[in-house]
Design a protein around this ligand. Sequence first.
Ligand code: SAM
Ligand code: ZN
Length: 274
Amino acid sequence: MNWVIGIVLLVAIGYLLDREVYFYEGVHLGPRVQSWLYDRWSRKYDEGKKESQLRDDEMLAQPLLEALNNIPEPLILDFAAGTGRLSYALMNRPEFHGRIIAVDLSQGMLEQAASKLRPYLSRFEMLRHVSLPLPFPEASFDAVCALEVLELFPGMDEPLAEFARVLRPGGLLLTSRGTEESGRKAKIKSMPEYTSLLERTGFENIRVTKWWKLFDRTLAVKHGASEPVGARSLKDVLQCPACGEIGWEDRPNALRCAHCGRGVAVTKNRIVLG
Ligand SMILES: C[S@@+](CC[C@H](N)C(=O)[O-])C[C@H]1O[C@@H](n2cnc3c(N)ncnc32)[C@H](O)[C@@H]1O
Ligand SMILES: [Zn+2]
């Protein structure tokens, strides 16, 4: 009889692991487990996404360039940047003169981004930041991109509200919606639910386009209008985790808060460990 209990236990553990690790990608296990999982997956990540990445120029860079073409040097937040596929597509376009701040909870994923985007490190900066809220004041960015990540939060309201907060009025959101075809029913929102959530969060001019099997692409504009933010660097918008102020001095392998003295480490690949 003991062996029956053993087998039942093994099947239950296997099911739970499959559901929590592969299906929910660690979302219920906390940011430490999530970042550990993504660190493990980081080297193989691009290989698995090769097919959809073939269209990154057409599906991601082109619509962003069109929407931002009246801003000479837009400041873009690439949230959950992963291996930097969106940033890479944008930086490869010679007409893009803006700056990008890439945020992710996984240092491993950002290391991959750093190696791909090495020629652009003067305009591409990276911050490892583990949870919301984001360490930026409101209206800090001309555009916020958050691809293939909304489903990794327990609810989409919190990340969407945070994107709306850090976007300037009239700023652009580029995000994605898990498709019915992905078979991930528990993680996706129906189209009406999704668009009404975006509207309630303060977005308008919502355009959802078929992208690839697992995700639709979404473009939306934050209600209102304001002057472009323009080319600022991470040091101009990053709030100190201790005192909340902005103002940084360069130190060897670190940034030091000019207000309270708190240090923040910077890796040799220039990832700021917030
Ligand atoms: C499926 S990947 C998408 C990466 C990239 N946006 C792309 O389209 O290839 C999800 C990414 O979200 C990151 N992530 C998950 N939860 C996050 C959070 N709360 N804050 C920052 N990054 C997060 C993961 O580390 C991972 O790099
Ligand atoms: Zn400080």
